[in-house]
Design a binder for this molecule. Structure first.
Ligand code: DGL
Length: 283
């Protein structure tokens, strides 16, 4: 059995393809500060967006099993792409475990729009998934949606490039045509994108609302915890552990950049056949 620096019981397990889910983790730590958290960033496989839904599902299943084996009692799929590929099947596969998933916040945007035009930024896999299409079908039938997959943006954000020229170019190319079509809100349908909200605001100006679903996801997690899970408490301790399957140094730099404090960082490794994940112990 793998060992962690502390033994979280009924921790909140959170995962993403990389650092994106940390935008959700930040909100969860704000709203539920006493709950232990185990975060998994699958930086070995980032980006998930261009992959087949089937592959993202397989990866998500192994990650879920791993988080449960480490003591998670609830799983937050803090990745729109993984939610699109895996949320429904994961719920079937693990019927006793509560799951919280991401879906692009098209509903609040459709409710509030005055112009009837809404922008959505998300990965190709998210746009392909049933989740996105069912949200649009249910809540945004009378709204015109402008979509963009912001190719390359996830990789720039992984590098910590929040405002450099490459990031700016990708966002301007995505957002200027939407502005020409008079969008009045832009939905962040990828958990990496909240890290570039200041730049998005600069490009779209004050009259366009930027919608980040992370606070609503944290609220939903809190609701489920208070109902279903005998949540472990670890008051006044370092109760967050962050796992990465990628290079630990770069991950550490990113954590410093976004100023997340009081966490343990641990490297993990996929087995060759991708059927399991193991903690890497320092020699
Ligand atoms: N953070 C992700 C999401 O919310 C995944 C981005 C990617 O790996 O392509 O969709």
């Amino acid at each position: 059995m793998d060992k962690l620096p502390f033994s979280p019981k009924n921790a909140i397990g959170i995962f993403d393809s990389g650092v994106g889910g940390l935008s959700v983790l930040r909100e969860i730590r704000n709203q539920i500060p006493d709950s232990p958290i185990i975060y998994f960033g699958d930086q070995f496989h980032v980006p998930y967006g261009p992959r087949e839904l089937e592959e993202v599902y397989s990866l998500s299943k192994v990650i879920t099993q791993f988080l449960l084996s480490l003591g998670a009692g609830i799983i937050v799929v803090a990745c729109n792409t993984a939610s699109a590929a895996a949320l429904y099947p994961l719920r079937e596969e693990f019927p006793d475990i509560p799951f919280v998933g991401m879906e692009p916040a098209v509903k609040p945007a459709a409710e509030k729009t005055h112009t009837g035009n809404v922008g959505v930024l998300a990965t190709p896999a998210t746009f392909q998934g049933k989740l996105y299409n069912s949200v649009v079908e249910r809540f945004a039938k009378n709204v015109k949606i402008y979509r963009n997959t912001c190719s390359g943006l996830v990789q720039e954000i992984e590098k910590g490039n929040f405002s450099g020229i490459e990031t700016r170019n990708i966002l301007e190319n995505a957002l200027y045509p939407m502005l020409e079509n008079e969008i009045d809100s832009v939905v962040l349908g990828c958990t990496h994108y909240p890290f570039v909200i200041p730049l998005i605001r600069e490009i779209v100006g004050p009259n366009v609302t930027v919608i980040d679903p992370a606070p609503a996801i944290a609220k939903q997690t809190m609701r489920i915890l208070s109902q279903d899970v005998d949540s472990g408490t670890n008051k006044n301790q370092n109760n967050t552990i962050l796992l990465t399957s990628g290079p630990i140094k770069e991950f550490q730099n990113f954590i410093n950049l976004i100023e997340i404090h009081d966490v343990e960082i641990q490297e993990v490794k996929w087995s060759q056949d991708k059927s399991e994940i193991n903690i890497v112990h320092k020699k």
